[in-house]
Design a protein around this ligand. Structure first.
Ligand code: ATP
Length: 312
């Protein structure tokens, strides 16, 4: 169950300084119960630091972080008992067999490993290799085992720092399907990722951080809505006059009888204009996540904006 607010994770003005380095500069997040929440941002943005604070491994310099309503530092033990945390594959014990590592982790969690088989199946981790020492596993196999370790005991919240790093595309797809199933069963997922395709397919809500600040957040749809759509029109004859004068649409390319326009929100003037001409072909393309997020990663100005400013 989430806290009274309905959010499983809440942070408010969370700051973390390492000497002169401001790793987090007033991060505020709200992660709804039963959602898959994507936490994105370029290298060094503060994702791992946030996750470590939420897990109670690192103490914030100032601000507040709660998980299931509990302060993540003061009540770290209680928090960790409900969270499945993905340790880096390097943190597994190389001398243990896969079976022993799984048994050890299940013991520590104090819960039955009821999701173990579903995870092993989705990740296609052959049970025959589980009696081998982890030191002999490939990188991808270690990552798969780390995922089983983190989630096998059916935690209420899964906290993943780049869960599918090193997994092949087929396994990534299986794993995404399994996370959707877990969500349907009431689990909340908080995950950082650099894989935008994965985030787009999987996440209900996202927050983008840069230089320790949240620069955009909201549902995937709301973030995309802020970006213009691309309209390609091919006229039956020559491009009529007035094409670069339509309210709400800006002409970005002209090639023979074809034009490309960007439309922010208001299609009315464009539709009225087009209705009075012969159109051979028309295509409207929604903004792709890739485009939306690249602009966050690249734009220096937005780095200076601590709020969810998403216009361009
Ligand atoms: P990546 O995508 O590369 O994993 P990240 O978003 O997870 O990056 P963090 O690891 O949280 O970024 O790092 C945020 C900032 O804090 C970086 O500038 C990093 O150098 C700094 N930092 C993190 N841990 C420490 C530490 N223990 N001591 C000093 N600086 C640190």
């Amino acid at each position: 169950m989430a806290s009274d607010s309905g959010f499983v994770i809440e942070t408010e003005a969370l700051c973390k300084a390492y000497g002169d380095i401001r790793a987090l500069d007033a991060i505020s997040l709200q992660v709804p119960e039963g959602s898959i929440f994507g936490f994105l941002g370029p290298n060094g943005a503060g994702k791992t630091t946030t996750i470590r604070i939420l897990m109670g491994f690192t103490r914030a310099t100032s601000g507040r972080a709660t998980v299931f309503g509990d302060d993540s530092w003061q009540k770290g033990v209680a928090v960790r008992s409900r969270v499945g945390y993905l340790v880096t594959a390097d943190a597994l014990y190389p001398d243990l067999s896969g079976d022993d590592q799984l048994a050890f982790a299940a013991n520590i969690s104090g819960r039955e490993p009821v999701w173990r088989d579903r995870l092993l199946d989705a990740l296609e981790l052959d049970r025959k290799v589980l009696d081998r020492r982890l030191g002999t596993y490939s990188k991808g196999m270690r990552q798969k085992l780390a995922l089983v370790v983190s989630a096998q005991h059916a935690p209420d919240l899964l906290m993943f720092d780049e869960p599918t790093d090193g997994l092949d595309p087929l396994i990534q797809r299986n794993f995404a399907g399994l996370l959707r199933d877990f969500r349907a069963e009431g689990t909340t997922v908080f995950m950082s990722s650099h894989d935008l395709g994965e985030v787009e397919r999987l996440c209900d809500q996202v927050a983008v951080v840069r230089a320790g600040r949240v620069i955009a957040s909201g549902s995937m749809e709301s973030l995309k809505r802020q970006y213009s759509q691309r309209v390609e029109v091919t006229f039956a004859d020559a491009v009529p006059g007035g094409i670069d004068d339509i309210v709400g649409a800006s002409l970005v390319e002209r090639n023979g009888t074809m034009v490309t326009l960007h439309v922010d929100h208001d299609f009315n003037s464009l539709l009225r204009y087009l209705a009075s001409h012969d159109i051979a072909r028309m295509e409207i393309r929604p903004p792709e996540l890739q485009e939306v997020f690249m602009s966050y990663y690249e734009s220096e100005e937005q780095a200076a904006e601590p709020t969810a400013s998403t216009s361009r």
